[in-house]
Design a protein around this ligand. Structure first.
Ligand code: IFM
Length: 487
């Protein structure tokens, strides 16, 4: 007789036909070859070579050497049966002489690298999905004010036009920005990311100029590549007030405003949230928002990319104890949470990843169903989800990473639950294809489903890669096995 346990183990959550199974990476985290083809420094080259900024003094000079090994990496994706690959373009490879005043000449070498990558993907039957900005701003633009300056958004629109014109005939999907929350608040308020500034007013100006860059990018892609789909990727927070109290609800409102609605509302509804503007009135008068900007920012898009890793538990800070800051974004000299003096992020019990991030897959379902409810008619994609865990080691050619397999299984089941509840989710991209440069944390935190030996650059698929390959092959996620409960 088949036991209940056996029946449950072989049960699966079936995904809709045509669902995209992908992996994601970002240029500075994997490419290396930082001077190849005339590439000039980005803010991350500068930041990572500034003593004390990155754990272990790590930097992206070599990273995974994907620039030279991309064919091997594409072959690996094909072996895993992936149907899409989300990667980002290094802006300083494309227009290495850009300044705040002008875009400068386009680098044929820079475009040729990405063109070769696109062709290799297409030949392998893998749909390319390009992110135009995943944090590696040309240093010369930062020198001209960075994201605090409107000129950066204008140059971004021009750069987007160049890339879309060159690759739009073969690339079905462009994503304007990755996680502008991080660019603005970690880059300009808490300073744990490049360019490492700690000025609240600058961070809010950066929020607006990133939103504007998105809108200018959408318009440029539509003109140059009318057949391509256009999206943006946001790291949305599943904000959970710790209790049902009004004060905790108020803490949650503030965090939801700064992380979610300050991007979602202008991009999808053409307005900034009144409450966020009121909360931050002591920091800035928002005069950087000019007439016409919101029309540009709210140009229609085809899909919303959602990155989800961990829940965001918040509560009102009573000031009776030192503030808890376990928000998962590292301890900087300052906080990324502007005008949130009364908000704290309590340390959580229960399972955590190597980043110290709590694991709770319900947030995946919660965010996707919320987006479906609040923004009907928009396709949704999970453009990043994954986890770093300690102890990924190659033993006899194998990397056993059961924690990552469990994490992926539970979060994929949570995506499936959102689809069952009516959310139009069209794809999922695991973060990340390869172990890589995890920003301020350097190479110590490994998010890849493929292990990279940083001394030899040899790639070894982990057990999680083979698990994920099975999911892609079956278009289904196995239901978690349960303890045998009957003979
Ligand atoms: O590595 C990052 C990625 O660049 C952006 N999203 C979160 C990932 C894990 O921290």
């Amino acid at each position: 007789m088949t036991s209940v346990a056996q029946q449950q183990t072989s049960a699966t959550h079936q995904f809709p036909q045509g669902f995209l199974w992908g992996a994601a990476t970002a240029a500075y985290q994997i490419e290396g070859a930082v001077t190849a083809g005339g590439r000039t420094p980005s803010i991350w080259d500068t930041f990572s070579h500034t003593p004390g900024r990155i754990a272990g003094g790590d930097h992206g000079d070599v990273a995974d050497d994907h620039y030279h090994r991309f064919r091997e990496d594409v072959a690996l994706m094909a072996e895993l049966g992936l149907t899409s690959y989300r990667f980002s373009i290094s802006w300083p490879r494309i227009t290495p002489q850009v300044t705040a005043q002008e875009l400068g000449p386009v680098s044929a070498d820079g475009l040729a690298f990405y063109s070769g990558l696109v062709d290799a993907l297409l030949a392998a039957g893998i749909a390319p999905s390009i992110t135009l900005y995943h944090w590696d701003l040309p240093q010369a633009l930062e020198d001209g004010g960075g994201w605090t300056s409107r000129a950066t958004a204008e140059r971004f629109g021009e750069y987007a036009a160049v890339v879309a014109a060159a690759l739009g005939d073969r690339v079905p999907q462009f994503i304007t920005l990755n996680e502008p929350w991080c660019s603005a608040y970690l880059g300009y308020a808490s300073g744990v990311h490049a360019p490492g500034r700690t000025e609240d007013a600058a961070a809010l100006a950066a929020v607006h100029h990133l939103n504007l860059a998105h809108g200018l990018g959408v318009a440029a892609i539509r003109r140059a590549a009318p057949a391509a789909k256009v999206a943006v990727t946001l790291n949305l927070a599943w904000v959970c007030p710790e209790t049902g109290s009004d004060l905790d609800a108020e803490a949650a409102r503030r965090v939801d405003g700064l992380q979610n609605r300050v991007f979602l509302d202008p991009m999808l509804s053409g307005r900034y949230p009144d409450d966020v503007q009121a909360d931050t009135a002591g920091v800035t008068d928002w005069a950087f928002v000019r007439p016409g900007d919101l029309e540009v920012i709210s140009a229609p898009i085809d899909a919303l990319g959602v990155n989800y890793y961990s829940p965001t538990v918040v509560r009102h800070w009573t000031r009776e104890h030192p503030k808890e800051t376990a928000d998962g974004h590292g301890d900087g000299a300052a906080t990324p949470w502007i005008a949130c003096d009364d908000v704290e992020f309590p340390r959580q019990h229960g399972p955590k990843t190597a980043m110290g991030w709590s694991i709770d897959a319900r947030g995946m379902t919660g965010l996707l169903t919320r987006m479906a409810r609040e923004h009907p008619g928009l396709d949704l994609m999970v453009t990043e989800n994954g986890a770093a865990f300690p102890g990924d080691e190659v033993v006899d050619g194998r990397v056993a990473d059961p924690d990552r397999v469990d994490y992926l299984r539970s979060h994929l089941a949570a995506v499936h639950a959102a689809i069952e509840a009516g959310a139009p989710v069209v794809g999922y991209y695991v973060w990340s294809l390869l172990d890589n440069f995890e920003w301020a944390w350097g190479y110590e935190k490994r998010f890849g489903v493929v292990h990279v030996d940083y001394s030899t650059l040899v790639r070894t698929p982990k057990d999680s890669a083979w698990f994920y390959a099975g999911v892609a092959r079956d278009n289904a996620v196995p239901v978690a096995p349960v303890a045998r409960s009957e003979p």
